[in-house]
Design a protein around this ligand. Structure first.
Ligand SMILES: O=C(O)Cc1cc(O)ccc1O
Ligand SMILES: [Fe+2]
Length: 453
């Protein structure tokens, strides 16, 4: 059994990918087998699998729950009314568009009308299909109300939640997680959970992957340590309520549509569990960044926290990459991100602070999408400021910032509501229009500072 870590009211186990066990009542976990004829305390045994039964052992994910009533004890699923029409899990010409232009959104306002996590979730872009078990969706959420008498279950894929404003208390079948801005939570496919808002209104981002799960990236020549450390991933400890609760609904996202099933008890009735298919959280400030120590700008893959692989080695279905506080020390180097066009597609968000490549316009809670091969890079003001600082800059520290990127080999299609959003920044392209030519045919070493018009 892993040593548990307490944080306020919340107790966690630690370690990425570990096979863990937890019991809220001593002796609730069957000691020697998974399916005893009669389980301790009269509990039901139930398995949840995150990979096919025959997936190689190195990537096989499953857990056993010992619960008061099994999940199956509910009325038939019916279409939810009202549904959430702004969710997609399959992207095609009939429901979304393609657009190579640089896109940026201002922070979406949190509504005044009562909105919980399920109703406040909307898809921005994505690619592939949950039905075909290959693809991803990027959503955002704004909520002002805790979920009440209902649990969400995503049959389509895994959620990686990035809260930007307001903490989330996420009750899952494995126990409870508190996730604040600066932290992320992973809720694997099929887990039932509710989202409560202990600090009031909340906004954030969600990366959803279909058909695979997040892993820690390989570290190659970096060695055994660095970037996100396995021990910093926290898993909840068993927590249950034995609650008769008539009219409780399970809201199941299935193919991007919402279905509801009524039952008369809380689904958070797991008294003990063991397994490696679990929800978890990670504090991004624990990330140990690596970077250049002499010259040039490293590719952003150096900052990968988690990666969801595609079938091609080294090609991600979805990477989660961060731009945390760090020292910049590169000599005779343009330190901000270089100008580039990428065969992968880049969706970015900002949790807090500013982003080194954008002096203004990219705000906490906002987002940008630079699609496959769409040129992008520092805005005019960051370019000019970097050149004005010149070559003789010593080490400087980027502080109090947390930007992130979801990067994918699949080209995202964009939802109509994201393109028609009042928060779309129609002037985004202007941030590069002012980039002047500094070309001087007569001087190999131009003095850019004095190259004003
Ligand atoms: O476009 C971006 O801002 C993300 C990014 C950052 C970086 O340091 C290098 C490449 C890259 O795509
Ligand atoms: Fe980029």
């Amino acid at each position: 059994m892993e040593e548990s870590k307490a944080s306020g009211d919340f107790q966690y186990l630690s370690g990425f990918g570990n096979h863990l066990s937890s019991e809220a009542l001593v002796g609730a976990l069957p000691a020697d087998q998974n399916s005893p004829l009669i389980c301790p305390y009269g509990l039901y045994a139930e398995q949840i699998s995150g990979t096919s039964f025959t997936t190689p052992r190195s990537h096989n994910l499953f857990s056993w729950f010992y619960r008061i009533k099994p999940s199956v004890t509910h009325e038939p699923f019916k279409a939810r009314v009202p549904s959430n029409e702004r969710l997609l899990s399959e992207f095609s010409q009939s429901n979304s568009t393609t657009n190579p232009t640089q896109l940026r959104w201002k922070p979406v306002e949190i509504p005044d009308s009562p909105t919980d996590f399920i109703d406040g979730l909307f898809t921005v872009c994505g690619s592939g299909s949950s039905f075909m078990r290959h693809g991803y969706a990027i959503h955002m959420y704004t909520a002002n109300k805790s979920m009440d008498k209902c649990a969400f279950c995503n049959a389509d894929g895994d959620f990686l939640i990035v809260p930007q404003q307001g903490s989330l208390v996420i009750t899952t079948e494995c126990g409870r997680l508190k996730v604040s801005p600066g932290e992320i939570a992973i809720l694997p496919q099929g887990f039932r959970f509710t989202v409560n808002l202990p600090d009031g209104p909340s906004r954030g981002y969600v990366g959803e992957i279909f058909g695979t799960h997040f892993r820690l990236p390989d570290l190659g020549p970096i060695g055994a340590n660095g970037l996100a450390s396995p021990r910093d991933f926290l898993v909840p400890t068993a927590w249950y309520e034995d609650k008769f609760n008539p009219g409780y609904t399970i809201v199941q996202k299935f193919g991007g549509e919402l279905f509801v099933a009524v039952q008369d008890f809380s689904p958070f009735n797991v008294v003990a569990w063991h397994g490696n298919y679990v929800p978890y959280k990670y504090d991004l400030n624990k990330f140990c960044p690596y970077n250049t120590v002499l010259f040039d700008h490293s590719d952003p893959s150096i900052n990968t926290v988690l990666t969801a692989p595609s079938d091609k080695p080294g090609v991600a279905l979805l990477d989660f990459v961060i731009f945390p506080p760090r020292w910049l020390v590169a000599e005779h180097t343009f330190r901000p991100p270089y100008y580039h066009r990428n065969c992968m597609s880049e969706f970015m968000g900002l949790v807090y602070g500013g982003y080194e490549a954008k002096v203004d316009g990219f705000l906490p809670g906002g987002a940008s999408l630079h699609n496959c091969m769409t040129p992008h890079g520092p805005d005019t003001k960051s370019y000019e400021a970097t050149i004005a600082r010149g070559n003789n800059v010593g080490p400087s520290k980027i502080t109090e910032t947390m930007a992130f990127m979801f990067e994918s080999c699949l080209i995202p299609r964009i939802t109509p509501w994201a393109l028609q959003s009042p928060f779309l920044d129609h002037d985004y392209y202007q941030c590069w229009i002012g980039l002047r030519s500094h070309f001087n045919q007569k001087s190999e070493v131009p003095n850019l500072q004095n190259n004003g018009e």
